[in-house]
Structure formats: structure tokens, C-alpha cells
Write a protein that binds this ligand. Structure first.
Ligand code: DP6
Length: 361
């Protein structure tokens, strides 16, 4: 679908004051998005598992006010505490989307959000929070124009979410989402995510993701800055090609259940992401010593037991431990006995593949 098809057709309607709420999940990329062009166009396609337990719940309260300055017309709260520091990101989000949803200028907003995971857990909340907010805005559009199909609703929600944070484009739907054009995914797009269109092998159903909280602090280098450093990166072109090839392979693997190849690609993607950070200018390291200890312990355990455990990383020190549901009990004990002590305050989050965002009444 073309970008222009997401432009808004004015129905002339104005809504009375009201509220819309969505619960939208986080996601974990298996093929990573790292490098983009303006505005939020990825340099390579990415694929993720949508998560279930890690989500943001957002209520958008709207009140008609006539045409006003967006910056002055919203308040944002996290767990009932006003968050002035969230405002610049939300303001820039509203500015980016107003072309597609101009009606937002007719309302003042109060945004109430809550994350299922602790705010200071090192888990990026931008995917879940931006997708939840985008879905709330789309619910308003649907009330203004109730002709809209479900497909259009979710596609445009993903399109808007992407303008808030790239990875948020993959959080609207589940269980596996591809964002970015790729030859073997029909209708894939650089401007919104699409649900993985093929039958997924049973081994990848209910896949488990235990998130080991190695460092719960604020990241030293934000994803947005990291993406920017791919611009003059000496290995960038090679990396973008590799991501495409890895995605081609993963698309096959998700269908045929070749879990050994799955592990190879997923771990290589995680380490390549961090290799890009190590080799950018300026260079930086987001992994911690405990990240590496955990990785080595996972490899040792896999070799000794024949388990199908593997890991991936996002742009931080935390480790996502991925495994098939049938190995859950054994791997849980392994995590408790051998990995939890490398987490800050022994903390980890048990998550699994989920089905996408839910509208709350
Ligand atoms: C390493 O989506 O957080 O998690 O578009 O600048 O908001 P912005 O970046 P963001 O980048 C995510 C990077 C990643 C990989 C991924 O999720 O694909």
C-alpha cells in the first residue's frame, strides 16, 4: 500500500470527550533492524516474535478544543506520575503523524500509560508504548470514519507506530511480524509491518523468551543514535545484505522447523548487531561482562545437554533466552541455578510469543 493511501479523509465529524485504551506488546527481533533513512525507513527488513507478558497499556483521553498547538495540549502520565521528560518524544511523534491524522489537532489529550515490566528494567518500552498510542489514535479515526476495514486499521496503526519508533511497527500484531520490503514476503513494506504469511512449524509455536535483566539502568547510547552511526559505517552495506540473506533463510526455517539453523541465525544476528556497535565511529559497547558470561553458559549447557536453548540481544546488556516450550521445565531450572545470579537483583521476566495488541473496553 502506498503512503498516500494513509492520508485522512475528513468526515467533518467531531467527537465528544471520551477515552480509548489499548494494551500493546513489546517484541524481540530475530533479524535486527539497525540502520535507517529518514523518516523511519529501515535499511533492511527485520522479523520479530511479538511478546505476550511485556506490554504497555495506554488510555488516551480526548477532549475537543479546536485547532491548537499540540505541544501545549497534552499531558502524559506513567503510573499516575506526570512525565514531562516523555513529552519531546511524544510531541515529535504527533508532529510526524499529523499529516495522516490531522484530526488530532482538534483535541487536547491526557495520556495514561502503564508498563507491565518495571520502567527501569533496561527493556525498551518504545515499541509497546508507541504502538499502543498509535492504536489509540486509530481508534479515534475509526470513530470518525467507521467505514474502515480491519486490515486498513491495523496497517495504518503499524504505519503510525513506525513513525514513533521503528520497531513499534512490529508490535501491533502477532505472533511473527516482518517489517521492511523483502522478495519472499508478499505485500511486505518499509512503512508498516505484516504478519508472517506462511504456516509456522509447531516447534516455534508458544516459543519461550526469558529476559535476563543484566542491567536495569538507562542505556548509554540510545537506539536512535546507534541507527545514526550506521550511516558512515564501514561494514554497513555488507550488514544490510546479510540481514536480507538471513531473513530469506529464516523464512524457510520457521516453516520447516530446522531449529539448529534457527539458533545459528538468531545468535549470529544478535552478535552482528553488537559487532556493528563495536565498529562504529564513535564505537561503543552495550554488553556487560555478565552478558558474556551468560552467553558462554548457554553455549556450554547446550553442548552438554543437547538442549535447543539460544539467546538474542537487543540494544542493551540484557539477554533474551529463547527456547521451545517443550524444554521449559529443564531450562527454567538451568536459568534459576546458573544464570539468575548474573542478573541485577537476580531478576528476570518470563515471557513467550504473543498474539499482538488488544483493545480494552
Ligand atoms: C536493536 O525501534 O528502538 O531493538 O526507530 O530509532 O525508535 P527507533 O529505534 P528502535 O530500534 C530497535 C533496534 C533493535 C533491533 C530491532 O528491534 O529490530
Amino acid at each position: 500500500m502506498k503512503t498516500s493511501s494513509f492520508l485522512y479523509t475528513n468526515s467533518g465529524k467531531i467527537l465528544n470527550s471520551g477515552k480509548v485504551s489499548w494494551k500493546s506488546p513489546s517484541n524481540i527481533a530475530l533479524v535486527k533492524y539497525w540502520g535507517k533513512m529518514d523518516l523511519q525507513i529501515p535499511k533492511n527488513p527485520s522479523l520479530s516474535f511479538t511478546l505476550g507478558a511485556s506490554y504497555t497499556q495506554t488510555a488516551l483521553l480526548y477532549k475537543p478544543v479546536g485547532n491548537t498547538d499540540l505541544e501545549k495540549t497534552f499531558e502524559i502520565y506513567l503510573d499516575e506520575v506526570e512525565k514531562e521528560d516523555f513529552k519531546p518524544k511524544i510531541t515529535s511523534f504527533f508532529k510526524r503523524i499529523e499529516k495522516y491524522v490531522p484530526f488530532i489537532n482538534d483535541y487536547s489529550f491526557v495520556i495514561n500509560t502503564h508498563n507491565s515490566f518495571p520502567h527501569s528494567s533496561g527493556i525498551a518500552s518504545s515499541a509497546s508504548s508507541m504502538s499502543a498510542l498509535a492504536l489509540c489514535v486509530m481508534s479515534m479515526e475509526r470513530m470518525l470514519n467507521n467505514e474502515m476495514s480491519d486490515d486498513y486499521f491495523y496497517q495504518k496503526a503499524s504505519f503510525l507506530a513506525r513513525l514513533g519508533s521503528g520497531s513499534a511497527a512490529r508490535s501491533v500484531k502477532g505472533a511473527i511480524v516482518v517489517w521492511g520490503e523483502h522478495d519472499t514476503i508478499p505485500d511486505s513494506s518499509d512503512t508498516y509491518g505484516v504478519v508472517f504469511p506462511y504456516k509456522v512449524h509447531s516447534i516455534f509455536k508458544n516459543y519461550q523468551d526469558t529476559i535476563l535483566l543484566v542491567d536495569k539502568g538507562q542505556k548509554q547510547v540510545s537506539s536512535t543514535v546507534g541507527h545514526g552511526l550506521m550511516k558512515n559505517h564501514p561494514f554497513a552495506e555488507q550488514r544490510f545484505l546479510q540481514a536480507n540473506t538471513n531473513l530469506t533463510k529464516l523464512i524457510e526455517i520457521l516453516q520447516n522447523g530446522d531449529i539448529k539453523s534457527f539458533i545459528e541465525i538468531v545468535e549470529s544476528e544478535a552478535l552482528t548487531l553488537h559487532a556493528m556497535m563495536l565498529t562504529s565511529n564513535p564505537y561503543f559497547i552495550l554488553m556487560h561482562p555478565n552478558t558474556l558470561t551468560i552467553i558462554n553458559k548457554i553455549w556450554k549447557y547446550r553442548e552438554e545437554t543437547g538442549s535447543h536453548i539460544c539467546f538474542t540481544l537487543d540494544a542493551g546488556a540484557n539477554v533474551h533466552v529463547l527456547y521451545p516450550v517443550r524444554e521449559k521445565n529443564k531450562i527454567k531450572s538451568f536459568i534459576d541455578n546458573e544464570l539468575a545470579s548474573y542478573c541485577q537483583d537476580n531478576q528476570y521476566i518470563n515471557d513467550e510469543v504473543g498474539l499482538g495488541a488488544i483493545k480494552l473496553s
